[in-house]
Design a protein around this ligand. Structure first.
Ligand code: CA
Ligand code: CA
Length: 467
C-alpha cells in the first residue's frame, strides 16, 4: 500500500459570506402634540444598503402593527404619551427600528367669534357687516362656517387658523374677516328676524358654535297713489313740485313726510314746503319743513292723522337741466325715524327736450349786402317760460349787428341781443308762459351775405331762463 495519502495535501476553498449590513428605519410624525382625537401624519422609510427590505411595519402603540407607507395617517383617539416604532427587516432577517414621540392631550375646543360691526336692524333690503373668526389653540381649524340665518352659508375660514403641522401658523390668534350680507324683508309689512351664527370645527372634529346675533329687518307698508308733477314741465325752470300720495296707516304726531328728489333737481333755493289734506283737514299741521341736500321733510306738528290723501307742495325747486329725472321716493316716518310707509313716484317728470318743427324761412330780398327782414315760422312742442329765450342762429355770412327781432303772441318785455351769427330774444319774466304752439317771428335789419350761394340753414332753439 502506498502512503501517498499520508503525504498528500489538498486545498479547500472556503467562501466566507460578507457581514450583513443592517437595514435602516426612519420615522417622523406631524403633529407631535395635540388634542384627542389627534390625526397624525407619519413619514419615513425602510432601507437596506446590501439587500432588500422584506418587512416595514409600524406599531402606533395603541393597537396592532400594520404595514408602513410614508404619508399614512393614524388617529389617536385617547390621550396619552405614545412612542410609535417603525421596524425594518432585511432579507437576512436583520432588523432596525426608529421611534418618535406623540403626546395626545385633552383637546382644547376651537373658538368661534362672531360680532356685528354694523347696525343689526333696519329697513329691507337691509345690509349689515359681520366680523367672523375661528381659532384653535392646540390644533387647526378645519371648518369655519358663517350662517347668516336666511339660508345663506359662507366659508369664513381664514387662510391660517391656528397651529399648522410643523409649527406653521400661530396659536390662539383669531384671524377675523369681514363679511357683508344683504337681508330681504318679509313679503308683508312687519319685522322679520334672522339668527346669524358662526360654527368652528377643529382637527379633532370638535364643533363649537358662536353666540348668535339676531338681525331684525322691517318691511314697511306701502303708500298708495304716489305721484309727482312739476308746475312747469320745462327743464331748468324753478317752480313748484306737487307730490300726492295716500297713507294707509296713521301718521303720528311728530312724524314726518320724507320726499327725496333725484339728482338733477336743485333744492338750494327752496322757498318752502307744506302738505294739505282734503277739505282742509288737519290744516296747519304740515307746514314746517326742512331740507338736507335733495331730501325734504315736512313734519306733523299736530296730532295723529288717520289714513288720508296728502298733497305736498315743494316750492322753489329747480327742474333738472339736462337728463331725464329718476323716480321720487316718498315715505312717512315716525318720530323715532322708523319708516311707517313708503312708495315711489314714477320718474321722468319732465318731458324730453322738445322738437321745434315746421321751420320756414322767408327773406324779404336775396340781394347781397342788402339789409332785409327774415320771417321765421315754426311750431314748438314745449312751453316757453315767461323768462325763457328764443334763439335764432343764422348761416355765416349774415351780418346781424344792430338787428332786432319780435314774435307774435308773445307778451311781456323782451331784450334782444345780436352777436353774429345769433339773434336772441330773452323774455323779461313779466309775461305769461307760451304753451306749445305755432309761432311767427321777424328778424329785422339783418344784412344779407355779400355773395349768393350760402347755405340757407337757420336754426331755432328755445330755452328756459339761462343762468
Ligand atoms: Ca442587509
Ligand atoms: Ca383643538
Amino acid at each position: 500500500m502506498n502512503d501517498r495519502r499520508a503525504s498528500a495535501s489538498s486545498t479547500v476553498t472556503v467562501t466566507v459570506p460578507p457581514e450583513n449590513i443592517l437595514p435602516t428605519a426612519d420615522l417622523s410624525a406631524c403633529p407631535t402634540t395635540g388634542g384627542a382625537s389627534l390625526k397624525v401624519d407619519f413619514n419615513g422609510k425602510c432601507e437596506d444598503p446590501d439587500g432588500t427590505i422584506t418587512e416595514c411595519k409600524i406599531d402606533f402603540k395603541d393597537g396592532p402593527s400594520s404595514a408602513f407607507t410614508s404619508g399614512m395617517t393614524h388617529t389617536y383617539s385617547k390621550t396619552g404619551d405614545y412612542y410609535p416604532v417603525l421596524t425594518a427587516t432585511d432579507n437576512m432577517g436583520a432588523t432596525s427600528s426608529s421611534t418618535t414621540r406623540v403626546v395626545v392631550a385633552q383637546n382644547q375646543l376651537p373658538r368661534a367669534t362672531l360680532t356685528a360691526t354694523m347696525p343689526t336692524s333696519g329697513e329691507a333690503p337691509f345690509k349689515t357687516t359681520f366680523s367672523a373668526g375661528c381659532s384653535d389653540t392646540d390644533g387647526t381649524i378645519t371648518g369655519c362656517s358663517l350662517d347668516f340665518g336666511d339660508g345663506t352659508v359662507v366659508d369664513a375660514k381664514a387662510p391660517s387658523s391656528g397651529l399648522g403641522c410643523g409649527g406653521a401658523g400661530t396659536a390662539s390668534v383669531i384671524s377675523s374677516q369681514s363679511f357683508s350680507h344683504s337681508y330681504k324683508g318679509g313679503v308683508k309689512e312687519g319685522v322679520v328676524t334672522f339668527t346669524a351664527r358662526l360654527t368652528a370645527t377643529d382637527d379633532s372634529d370638535a364643533v363649537v358654535t358662536s353666540d348668535s346675533i339676531t338681525i331684525s329687518v322691517s318691511t314697511s307698508a306701502v303708500l298708495a297713489k304716489v305721484s309727482a308733477a312739476p308746475e312747469v314741465n320745462v327743464k331748468g325752470v324753478r317752480n313748484k313740485i306737487t307730490v300726492n300720495f295716500t297713507t294707509q296707516k296713521e301718521m303720528p304726531a311728530g312724524g314726518k313726510i320724507r320726499i327725496v328728489f333725484p339728482t338733477g333737481f336743485d333744492l338750494s333755493k327752496r322757498s318752502g314746503s307744506y302738505c294739505t289734506l282734503p277739505n282742509g283737514a288737519y290744516k296747519d299741521y304740515f307746514t314746517s319743513s326742512s331740507a338736507d341736500g335733495n331730501t325734504v321733510e315736512v313734519s306733523n306738528s299736530g296730532t295723529n292723522v288717520p289714513p288720508s290723501d296728502f298733497s305736498c307742495v315743494i316750492s322753489g325747486v329747480k327742474n333738472p337741466s339736462i337728463s331725464p329725472t329718476g323716480s321720487i321716493p316718498v315715505s312717512t316716518v315716525d318720530p323715532s325715524g322708523h319708516v311707517i310707509e313708503k312708495g315711489t313716484a314714477p320718474g321722468n317728470l319732465l318731458g324730453g327736450q322738445g322738437i321745434i318743427s315746421g321751420v320756414k324761412v322767408v327773406r324779404s330780398s336775396w340781394i347781397p349786402d342788402k339789409s332785409i327782414e327774415v320771417l321765421l315760422t315754426f311750431t314748438t312742442s314745449n312751453t316757453i317760460p315767461s323768462d325763457g329765450t328764443i334763439r335764432f342762429t343764422l348761416p355765416s355770412g349774415f351780418d346781424v349787428n344792430g338787428a332786432s327781432a319780435d314774435c307774435t303772441d308773445m307778451d311781456g318785455g323782451v331784450r334782444v341781443s345780436a352777436a353774429s351769427p345769433v339773434i336772441q330774444i330773452s323774455r323779461s319774466g313779466d309775461g305769461s308762459a307760451l304753451p306749445p304752439r305755432a309761432m311767427a317771428c321777424t328778424l329785422r335789419n339783418v344784412k344779407n351775405p355779400s355773395t349768393r350761394g350760402y347755405a340757407d340753414i337757420f336754426t331755432v332753439q328755445t330755452t328756459d331762463k339761462l343762468d
